[in-house]
Design a protein around this ligand. Structure first.
Ligand SMILES: *[C@@H]1O[C@H](CO)[C@@H](O)[C@H](O)[C@H]1NC(C)=O
Ligand SMILES: *[C@@H]1O[C@H](CO)[C@@H](O)[C@H](O)[C@H]1NC(C)=O
Ligand SMILES: *[C@@H]1O[C@H](CO)[C@@H](O)[C@H](O)[C@H]1NC(C)=O
Length: 807
């Protein structure tokens, strides 16, 4: 994350655009927010909670079984001040929501909002984040009538029954910015939370019905300015498609990233009206909207497997118009556009600025007469029948020399077969498993198995034996919400299926991780030489106290197809219980062993194969999530993600603030990476990469930083060493700070926080990078110590952008 100040001017432009589109946050006309509970943590559950199960009989008929609803709810908020009085899992029906099941007309707004806010939780009006108040707010099947926004809180998962998706239906006189408002505007006119700081939240298995709202009133399905480690999955948004409709399904005005998949939007002026630093969206389906996707602004955005039908313009990236395009870059792949007069509306011009960079790869068009439409005519013709785009782009290219201004077709890269679906040339994808067809009896609760998850008991042995027996009995391991302290390596055997409850935490603590020159895994996914299946979702890995030798995840497994890791994040430092907070690790700080807190976030070793990561954020905390004002901290970690294996999918991943590098691909083969996002540590070049706390390890082929180009020698975002077939579909490598000062990244000059950020070395071949955006970096691409691209050639938006780079 990074602070608001640097971005404000962009946001204002984005916001004023949104206002011009009459997207009214309606702050003043919205009734007082319902159910916002800012009482101290640990207050008793509100009076409406836990009503008798009067719906039980009809629920059996109307609400198909779903294990997450039916399993015993034993999650605890380990570091809450009153863990025994705090409910992690809340069904909205327990708070009085009817879901229309009884009378068909009850307004459920207040009940849903009290299910969210109950228990001293942190809402947008508190402007505070919190790791001590996790919640799943569950919606059984039903139709829930709402008259104003559902106000989302921090650290909240809104989850519906996937076996009969609940409908949230707005009344005709609905008020609010979004049926679900992910960051409600407050009476001072600002968002509650700084949007780049809103982490750890989800919406899944919900249908939003806006059809009762008059087409002219400009309502919004989901308002979702968000930061990393957030996801929307399996959501439908239905709006009027009457002529003149002003609705928008998804509205994002800013933020820092996020992930979305399996979302279907119908109708509206905009299916998605979105701007953010960077984002990854997969399987977004929009039909019958005037504009399918309206890109308000961005630095980079990757759309994979989208389907847009019956829109006047499928994707507009021309906001601001020629000379003032607010969109930095967009990559679209493996997608289908049908019955739209125009696929892409662009304002790109051949000029020194690279705003509006675009890459299209493997696109099917059916009845799309204009594939790319410019301000003064068609640039790439489509067809009134059927046609395909193999590879087309615009912007600057380096092949590897450049810059070359280009706009047009280019020869498509060769996709490694093992990364494809097998039945088509599309890349393989798999959404997070929700196990909706399994009964609750297919799960082993880790707490029932004896683990405490209270943040203090050593749960290592208990968890290990539960994991082993779960594999032999074919069960899924359910980590009830909690913080599970472990004091030696946990081994996840092949065949494991592991799922958390609202991001359960494994926290490494103790002397085994005390040696900065001796890496020890916290979680080991298979052992070297092992093969088999593996699924892991909805968890967080952390450390406690001084842990300079901790490798949070080590993946050795040669995995079966279908294996992967979804919404599993490292969160290192900056949370209650970590002993790595403002009190221990304030800025500016001399390095102390107490604040050396990880050797590496994740290591995909040379025996690893078929590793699928989706929405994985490897985060060294730059601020304390439990401080009232997001106070910065200085905790030190060594390395981000090291990949030495082959056949790797990295969809929507990020890696931040590690001192030696964020990503290193070393003797790796066949990596599909998009969108990848990084940030350099804020303290550098104080303790630059060459002189930071973590000594280099020759066995891991760490960069030694002995020969940086002139300028600050800060940590690389991506180093590709001796690797083959590395395919990057969108990258954002950001260096905002110079020893906590942002002057070095202030737009459009000087862009000199660090000298280099992306290094290609050795015998690397088959490297293609689409839409590379950097911030605060003088040399955008360096090969074996020689600069291939400098920032001044590629100035664009706040970030500098290169559309296409290949060796
Ligand atoms: C996001 O946009 C809002 C509305 O313009 C603005 O108040 C806020 O500062 C922006 N936030 C960031 C992080 O840029
Ligand atoms: C697109 O429009 C056609 C013609 O009106 C209609 O038959 C078809 O169902 C629409 N497609 C979708 C996905 O709504
Ligand atoms: C590029 O984007 C920046 C920031 O939004 C803007 O100031 C500039 O005018 C844009 N340039 C072009 C040529 O669109």
């Amino acid at each position: 994350m990074r602070g608001v100040s640097v971005l404000t001017y962009i946001s204002l432009i984005a916001w004023s655009h949104a206002r011009a589109l009459q997207v009214n946050p309606q702050v003043s006309s919205t009734p007082p927010p319902l159910g916002q509970d800012t009482s101290p943590a640990g207050s008793a559950p509100s009076a409406v909670s836990l009503q008798p199960a009067v719906h039980a009989v009809s629920a059996a008929v109307d609400d198909p079984a779903y294990w997450l609803a039916n399993i015993a709810h034993q999650g605890i908020a380990a570091f809450n001040s009153n863990p025994s009085g705090y409910n992690v899992f809340r069904s909205v029906k327990d708070y009085g929501a009817k879901g229309n099941e009884c009378d068909g007309v009850t307004d459920d707004t207040a009940a849903i909002n009290s299910a969210i806010s109950d228990g001293g939780r942190f809402g947008p009006s508190s402007r505070q984040s919190s790791t001590t108040t996790p919640a799943i707010v569950y919606f059984p099947a039903g139709t829930y009538l709402i008259s104003s926004s559902i106000i989302d809180y921090y650290f909240t998962q809104l989850i519906g029954n996937p076996n009969s998706i609940p409908v949230i239906k707005a009344t005709a006189d609905f008020t609010g910015l979004g049926l679900i408002d992910g960051d409600q505007y407050q009476s001072d006119g600002n968002q509650g939370w700084i949007s780049t700081n809103v982490f750890f939240r989800q919406i899944r298995n919900i249908k939003l019905d806006l059809t009762a709202i008059p087409a002219s009133s400009g309502a919004t399905g989901i308002h979702w300015p968000t930061g990393q480690a957030s996801s929307i999955q399996n959501v439908q948004i239905v709006m009027s498609s009457d002529p003149g409709t002003q609705h928008q399904g998804l509205f994002i005005e800013n933020g820092s990233g996020g992930f979305l998949t399996d979302v279907t939007i119908t109708g509206g002026l905009y299916g998605a009206n979105v701007g953010n630093q960077q984002f990854m969206m997969r399987n977004l389906v929009v039909s019958n909207a005037v504009t399918g996707i309206s890109q308000i602004w961005d630095w980079g955005w990757t759309y994979q497997g989208i389907t847009l039908t019956n829109c006047t313009t499928a994707v507009s990236i021309n906001n601001g118009g020629p000379g003032n395009q607010l969109v930095g870059s967009v990559v679209i792949l493996d997608s289908t556009i049908r019955n739209c007069p125009t696929f892409i509306a662009t304002a790109w011009q051949s000029s020194t600025s690279t705003n509006g960079s675009l890459i299209l790869e493997n696109i099917v068009l059916e009845n799309v007469p204009a594939a790319v439409q410019g301000p003064s005519g068609t640039i790439l013709a489509g067809s009134s029948r059927f046609t395909t785009i193999s590879a087309w782009g615009q912007g600057h290219k380096y092949t590897p020399d450049g810059p070359i201004n280009f706009q047009g077709t280019f020869s498509a890269l060769t996709r490694p077969n093992d990364l494809l679906t097998g039945v088509s040339s599309n890349y393989y994808t798999k959404s997070k498993p929700q196990y909706e067809s399994l009964p609750a009896s297919s799960f082993i609760s880790i707490r029932s198995a004896g683990a405490k998850g209270d943040g203090s008991t050593d749960d290592t042995a208990t968890i290990q034996s539960a994991l082993t027996s779960a594999v032999s009995s074919g069960k899924v391991v359910f980590f009830d919400q909690g913080v599970y302290k472990v004091t030696s390596t946990l081994y996840f055997p092949p065949g494991s299926r592991i799922v958390g409850e609202g991001y359960s935490v494994i926290m490494a603590s103790g002397s085994i991780w005390g040696d900065i020159s001796k890496p020890v895994p916290v979680v080991q996914v298979g052992k070297s030489g092992q093969a088999g299946s593996f699924e892991w979702s909805d968890m967080i890995l952390s450390t406690q106290g001084s842990t300079p030798g901790a490798v949070l995840i080590e993946w050795n497994l040669a995995a079966d197809s279908g294996s992967g890791m979804w919404d599993v994040h490292t969160r290192i430092g900056g949370f209650t219980g970590s002993q790595q907070q403002v009190a221990q690790c304030p800025i500016p700080a001399a390095v102390s062993v107490a604040c050396e807190v990880a050797y590496m976030s994740m290591h995909i070793t040379s025996t690893a194969n078929r590793v699928y990561l989706e929405n994985v954020w490897l985060w060294t905390a730059d601020h304390d999530l439990d401080s009232a004002d997001n106070t910065r901290i200085s905790v030190y970690t060594g390395r981000g993600l090291l990949v030495e294996g082959e056949n790797i999918w990295l969809y929507g991943t990020g890696s931040e603030h590690h001192s030696l590098y964020q990503y290193q691909f070393s003797s790796a083969r066949a990596i599909m990476a998009g969108f990848i996002q990084t940030e350099t540590p804020y303290y550098q070049p104080n303790l630059d990469a060459a002189n930071g706390p973590y000594p280099t390890n020759a066995i891991l082929k760490d960069p030694d930083y002995s020969s940086c180009l002139p300028g600050n020698c800060d940590a690389l975002s991506l180093r590709v060493l001796d690797s083959q077939d590395i395919l990057v579909y969108g990258a954002g490598f950001y260096s905002f700070f110079n020893n906590y000062d942002t002057a070095c990244s202030t737009f459009p000059v000087p862009e000199n926080c660090q000298s280099e950020i992306f290094s290609v070395e050795g015998s690397t071949s088959g490297l293609v990078v689409y839409a590379l955006s950097t911030v605060g970096t003088t040399n955008m691409i360096v090969r074996d110590g020689i600069s291939l691209a400098v920032v001044s050639e590629n100035l664009a938006t706040y970030a500098a952008t290169i559309a296409y780079f290949t060796l």
